[in-house]
Structure formats: structure tokens, C-alpha cells
Design a protein around this ligand. Structure first.
Ligand SMILES: [Zn+2]
Ligand SMILES: [Zn+2]
Length: 129
């Protein structure tokens, strides 16, 4: 697995680097569905391991309930969900990501048309602490 990953939004205006991605998983909550158009496949990254390398001035923040959503104001790409100490970074923007999914969160709110196709553990809401 690569230690450092690069990500870029749809328009290419925003680029970033991520170090030591911790885990890949899906959040099926209704907020993520509205934000991305489906479930959010995201990578958990410590906040200090995420850094913008281009276009930080294009990044806008939507103060969503629970976690602010950061996105490119030019093309609308979802960048990351700010969980405080950790970021949940949209996986589709990092082309060299090689993790396998290891969790599904908020499955109780999953869209009926979304078929989970892997064996990663599923949690109705959040995993037990
Ligand atoms: Zn963009
Ligand atoms: Zn969610």
C-alpha cells in the first residue's frame, strides 16, 4: 500500500495529499447520500495527515449537522467530511488507493436500491466504541 496518496477534484482546481490512510469504508447515512448522490466511500485519515497542495481557496465548507462537509466550490466535488481529529476523505478522488473496504456505517439508513457487494462488517449506525 502506498503511504502517500494524491487526490484531485473533478475540475482539477483542488489537489491534496494524504499520508497513512487508515481504513476505507462506506457511510450510508442520509446526509452522505444527499452530499454525494449515493453512499460515501471514504478513507479515514488523521487531520494532520491531510494537506492541500493546490486550490485551497476554492474549498468551501458546508456546516452540516455532526460534521462539516468540505467541497470544491468550482466543480462541486465532495472532498472530505470533517470529524474533528479525523477526516473522512472521499475515496473516489484518490486514484492510487488500494485499500479494501473494511466497514459499512449507518446501514439502517441505506438506500433500498444500494446492494452492498462486499463482506466488510455492517453497522446499523456507528460501530460500538
Ligand atoms: Zn473542483
Ligand atoms: Zn454519512
Amino acid at each position: 500500500m502506498t503511504e502517500k496518496l494524491k487526490g484531485a477534484c473533478l475540475c482539477g482546481g483542488v489537489e491534496y495529499e494524504v499520508q497513512d490512510p487508515e481504513a476505507l469504508g462506506y457511510c450510508h447515512c442520509t446526509r452522505c447520500q444527499r452530499w454525494t448522490g449515493s453512499s460515501l466511500a471514504g478513507v479515514i485519515v488523521a487531520k494532520e495527515n491531510f494537506k492541500f497542495t493546490k486550490g485551497e481557496d476554492l474549498v468551501k465548507r458546508y456546516e452540516s449537522e455532526f460534521a462539516p462537509r468540505n467541497f470544491c466550490s468550482n466543480c462541486g466535488s465532495s472532498l472530505y467530511d470533517d470529524l474533528g481529529e479525523k477526516y473522512f476523505v472521499a475515496a473516489g478522488l484518490m486514484r492510487d488507493l488500494e485499500l479494501d473496504p473494511s466497514f459499512h456505517l449507518q446501514v439502517a439508513y441505506k438506500a433500498s436500491w444500494h446492494q452492498v457487494g462486499d463482506d466488510a462488517p455492517q453497522f446499523a449506525e456507528n460501530p460500538p466504541a
